[in-house]
Design a binder for this molecule. Sequence first.
Ligand code: C2E
Ligand code: MG
Ligand code: MG
Length: 566
Amino acid sequence: MTSTARQIGDSDRHTEMLEAVIERLPIGVALLEMDGTPILLNRTFRELHGIREGDEGRNFEQAIADGWMDDFKDDPRLLFKRMRQAIMSGREFVEELEIGDRTILVHDVPVDGNFILTTHQDISSRVAAERRIDHLAHHDALTDVPNRAAFSQRIDRTLANARVMQNKFAVLSIDLDRFKDVNDIFGHGAGDALLRELAVRFRNAADDGFLARLGGDEFSIICDQGEQPEAAASLADQLFAAVADEVEIDGQALVANLSIGIAIYPDDGEDATTLLSNADAALYRAKNEGRGTTRFYEAAMDKKIHEQRVLQQDLRFAVSRDELLLCYQPQATVSGEITGFEALVRWQHPERGTIGPDVFIPLAEQSGVILEMGEWILREACAEAALWAKPLQIAVNLSPIQFRHGDLALLVHEILLETGLSPKRLEIEITESVLIEDFSRAIGILRRIKAMGVRIAMDDFGTGYSSLSYLQSFPFDKLKIDQSFISRLSNSNHAQEIVRAVIGLGRGLNLPIVAEGVETPAQLSFLLDEHCFGVQGYLIGRPEMIDIYASMTGKAVDSGRRQAEG
Ligand code: C2E
Ligand code: MG
Ligand code: MG
């Protein structure tokens, strides 16, 4: 045995055994005098620090200063000083030292007041594992950018710092437009690849900003450099520039588009939760006001969004609590003969009173409640019309969402059977948006509904794309010119030209045209001169409870449906 131990006492068998044990310990052990002169260095210790044979006896302090631990990141002499100070004052000295790419756990204890027992343990692999775990805990597995946990730690730190320094900083909420479509059309693999690529581009664009993926297609950046809001605005521009180039995935060129919402500390919130939710509110507005844009948070928005959320909550129970009701507005030929009614839904909110469909239909569409609601409306309108003595038309508006879920054609069929309404009397009103999202599916449903004998009307014509190809792609039974053109008839030649052209188009396609929102005799006489087929508007009648129109429907007011059923 090449013992590095000098004899401390008697060299009896026990001492030899003890030496042998110490020599073989898997932990580096050294016994030093107070000045650093080694009395004992075991094999692990020598290997750990690359101490060559013959060097063992050198003064430890001097030796490490000479480069035994030349990878040691601090000044080794300082290490020895710190260590000795601790020991002299009777304390243990425990420290993890970075030496090269290794981490060594140093643990020194005083022995007998005259010696230092130091153990050195290579904990590199444990530290590496810990770092890996820490990395995983704070990074998103898919994109390897920081995750939500890391984000909330970071925003807390940034907040604390900003409070002290009285700085402004920005939180950007970023969302991919129509990311769901990418997954649906190209598969989740492509969706993942797109997210990974975008994460790289965002990271480059974010520069000093702290980028995190909060989940799904939701990213966020904390921007605490530069003047706000200018810095946030220019960062947003860089993010848009970063996605300007197509992303190629599996030979497919995908174009990603973003919406960005921005909230600024302290103007838009003084804590993390408020800042984040306000950045989200701004994002929500960016999406609503045409995707692919940036919006800053505005306090006025807060109230509106809050109210909408509350309404959306209440809306979930509107059908089950029987809070919806239908008004009916007459439709007539241009010469004044009543041809039918359009059912228009109203919500009688227990606290807010009557709420119009322009307010709550979009909310119901967002939450999906429109499905339940639309079914109720259709059933209610058909059941009502079935009670009329005169076989007038009943027009019902359908939302695009109803075309995307369930079996709408089957539902129409069932409701017609259930209520006993002749299919010929039912007219479905749709807007172009029904055809925009999933054209072939929507056309398929419309064909099935039309095949039952139900009529299909194109509503609000002129406001959307007014695509003639949509008109050609399906044999519509009616086209309704949007009321905005009718209301401008008296003071806009342009509106007159459009209305004239649409009426001409209807004539050419053999498609009856109905003008919406006719309020004045002058408008009516214009439409009469142009040979418009039909009219609807306050001039003919407002949307009212159906009993108001009993003389038109021929329904006996006293024998309401509920009584008749009971
Ligand atoms: P819409 O289908 O184009 O309905 C016509 C709208 O114009 C109705 O508004 C009606 O009250 C209004 N209106 C009718 N005549 C006049 C007029 O002379 N002057 C003016 N200024 N307005 C007139 P309402 O009832 O507020 O409905 C708004 C929209 O909400 C409807 O537009 C329709 O898109 C939607 N909506 C209404 N009821 C339903 C429904 O049961 N289901 C679905 N999915 N949407 C509905
Ligand atoms: Mg309508
Ligand atoms: Mg309309």
